[in-house]
Design a protein around this ligand. Structure first.
Ligand code: F6R
Length: 242
C-alpha cells in the first residue's frame, strides 16, 4: 500500500525524506536502517547530517545495511558504495562504523560474499526502514528486470541501461563494473517500512509503472505494491504521470 507524498522542490524532497528517517531514530534510537546510494538520497543524507549537527538526531545506537555494492571496486575506489556511504553520511554523524554494513565487492568470490551478507541480514532481524531509489528500468537495489527475481542477496549482472545511467560517475562506460551484489527482492520486502524516493521528469514513466502498472518481475519495483507500508516521495516531475 502506497502513501504518496508529492513535494514541490528539491529542498522539500530532501527534508521530507530525512524527516522520516529522523523521526524513526527519535522514537527508536536502535533502529535498523536499510540504506541506498545513487543520486537520489544524496540531499537526504546531507539534511540528516544537518539535523545531527543541530542535535536533533543521533545514529549512536542505530545499525545500517546497504542495498548493494559493485563487484571489483575496492572500498576506497571513488565510486564504491562503501566510500559513497562513508563520505555522504557515516563520516559526518555519530554512527559506529562497525554498525554499518555494505556488501563486499572485493572478496574474490562474489557468491560467497553475497551469501555472507545474506546471513548478516538474517541475523540482523527485520529492517525498520528501507530507503530505496528507483532505476529507469524499474530496478530496486540492483534487482534488474528479469523473468525470475531472487529473494536473497545475490550476484547480479548489471543491465546496459543501469551501466549507462551510472557511467556519469565514471570516466567511461567501460569502467562501470559489469556485476554487483544486491539484496534480493525478498529481503527488501521483509522491511517493516519502505521509503521509495524518485525525482526528475526522467523517472515519471517508471514511477507510474511501478506504482500503478501490473505487478511483474519485468519491473521489480512493481512488487512493492505487495508491501503493506510503503511511503513514496516524488517531486512534481517524477510524480507527473500519477
Ligand atoms: C543504489 C541502488 C539503485 C539506485 C537506482 C537509482 O544503492 O540500489 O537501485 O537507487 O539506480 O539511482 P539514482 O538515485 O542515481 O537515480
Amino acid at each position: 500500500m502506497f502513501n504518496i507524498i508529492k513535494v514541490n522542490n528539491e529542498q522539500q524532497f530532501n527534508e521530507t525524506g530525512a524527516g522520516i528517517i529522523a523521526s524513526l531514530l527519535q522514537t527508536n534510537p536502535r533502529a535498523t536502517l536499510g540504506l541506498a546510494t545513487g543520486g537520489t538520497p544524496v540531499g537526504v543524507y546531507k539534511h540528516l547530517i544537518e539535523l545531527y549537527k543541530q542535535g536533533l538526531v543521533s545514529f549512536k545506537d542505530a545499525r545500517s545495511y546497504n542495498l548493494d555494492e559493485y563487484i571489483g571496486l575496492p572500498e576506497d575506489h571513488s565510486e564504491s558504495y562503501r566510500r559513497f556511504m562513508n563520505e555522504k553520511l557515516f563520516n559526518h554523524v555519530d554512527i559506529d562504523p562497525s554498525n554499518t554494513h555494505v556488501p563486499s565487492g572485493v572478496s574474490g568470490d562474489g557468491h560467497k560474499a553475497a551469501a555472507e551478507y545474506n546471513l548478516l541480514l538474517e541475523k540482523a532481524g527485520q529492517i525498520d526502514l528501507q530507503l530505496l531509489g528507483l532505476g529507469h528500468n524499474g530496478h530496486i537495489g540492483f534487482n534488474e528486470p528479469a523473468e525470475h527475481l531472487t529473494a536473497a542477496t545475490h550476484v547480479v549482472e548489471l543491465d546496459e541501461v543501469t551501466r549507462k545511467a551510472n557511467a556519469r560517475y565514471f570516466n567511461s562506460i567501460d569502467e562501470v563494473p559489469t556485476h554487483a551484489i544486491t539484496m534480493g527482492i525478498g529481503s527488501i520486502l521483509k522491511a517493516k517500512q519502505i521509503l521509495l524516493m524518485a525525482k526528475g521528469a526522467d523517472k515519471a514513466e517508471i514511477v507510474a509503472k511501478a506504482l500503478k502498472g501490473p505487478i511483474t518481475t519485468q519491473c521489480p519495483a512493481s512488487l512493492l505494491q505487495l508491501h503493506p507500508n510503503v511511503v513514496v516521495i516524488v517531486d512534481q516531475e517524477a510524480g507527473g504521470l500519477l
